[in-house]
Design a protein around this ligand. Structure first.
Ligand SMILES: [Zn+2]
Length: 297
């Protein structure tokens, strides 16, 4: 079924979305038809953010591949992985960044006719959607730090802390995180193991309004500071599998969080970030939902 691919994929796709890039020109390395009828197109470099199936927090960008003769709408993009022979698209047996594997952006198109290894293509990312997702992702990280801060008095034992030295509720309790355009949706589970670690779960309900107000106060302070935001790359390369960190120059000091997504460049790009908290129950455990909203400037 698969087409001959004279150029093999042996190194990570060079990704420029961490720098905020929206367009670039690259060379097609591989064109692979998928079982669902779509085709995965791998380039040597791209500004297109793909969803990572291992931790699918930020969805794929929208946009298109363009050649001299036509344009191919990108219907989705996922992190692919190859051991040098097989290209896994969305079902890699290893985590992104594992040694001995190359990690690539698989741009999915409905019809790839005319595209072949060696073709030169321009990638264009929808700027409006990217901007809204970047705002949502930055707001998500800020809200998680503000949540940790607001819940810090509910811990009775020592647990791992976040970049600001607060007990890292976000890391210990999160089950899913979804970046939306202009916000995010985080789900936390407060079960037996979190209680054993010293989290006073019974106090959360009575204090929920107070916690929510505290988060909004902290977020308002940070937004007012207009703090700079950047992505720090570990090591020198620009490959997809390279570890990266989100960094915010908050008033009391810089904070970093491991992150593979896209972000604002400064908090002057938003006028407000606020949250709404909701407690629930699932499988005998308490759940906390945090909806975060960022108002664009
Ligand atoms: Zn992130």
């Amino acid at each position: 079924m698969s087409l001959p691919n004279p150029i093999s994929v042996s190194t990570d796709t060079v990704v420029t979305y961490p720098d905020g890039d929206l367009t670039s020109t690259g060379t097609v390395l591989r064109v692979q038809p998928l079982a669902d009828g779509r085709t995965a197109v791998v380039l040597d470099r791209t500004p297109f953010h793909p969803v990572d199936p291992v931790w699918p927090d930020q969805p794929a960008d929208a946009g298109a591949l363009t050649t001299d003769s036509r344009s191919y709408p990108i219907v989705d993009a996922v992190v692919g992985a190859t051991d040098g022979t097989t290209l896994y698209v969305g079902d890699a047996p290893v985590r992104t960044g594992t040694d001995g594997w190359a990690f690539v952006v698989a741009h999915l198109v409905d019809d790839a006719s005319g595209l072949e290894p060696g073709s030169t293509v321009t990638v264009t990312v929808d700027a409006e959607r990217r901007g809204a997702l970047s705002a949502g992702h930055t707001a998500c990280h800020l809200a998680s730090l503000a949540l940790n801060d607001a819940l810090s008095s509910l811990w009775t034992k020592e647990v791992p802390v976040d970049g600001r030295g607060r007990p890292n509720f976000d890391q210990l309790a999160i089950t899913t995180s979804r970046i939306l355009e202009g916000g995010s949706l985080d789900e936390y589970r407060i079960g037996k193991s979190l209680r054993k670690k010293g989290f006073a779960a019974a106090e959360l309900g009575p204090r929920l309004d107070e916690v929510s107000a505290s988060i909004d106060r902290t977020l308002a302070e940070w937004v007012a500071s207009g703090a700079g935001v950047s992505i720090v790359r570990d090591g020198g390369g620009h490959g997809l599998g390279q570890r990266r960190r989100w960094r915010a120059e908050l008033p009391e000091g810089a904070v970093e969080i491991p992150c593979g997504g896209t972000h604002l460049r400064s908090l002057t790009e938003v006028t407000a970030v606020t949250v709404a908290l909701e407690l629930g129950e699932a499988d005998g455990a308490l759940t906390l939902t945090m909806r975060t909203t960022a108002q664009p400037a």
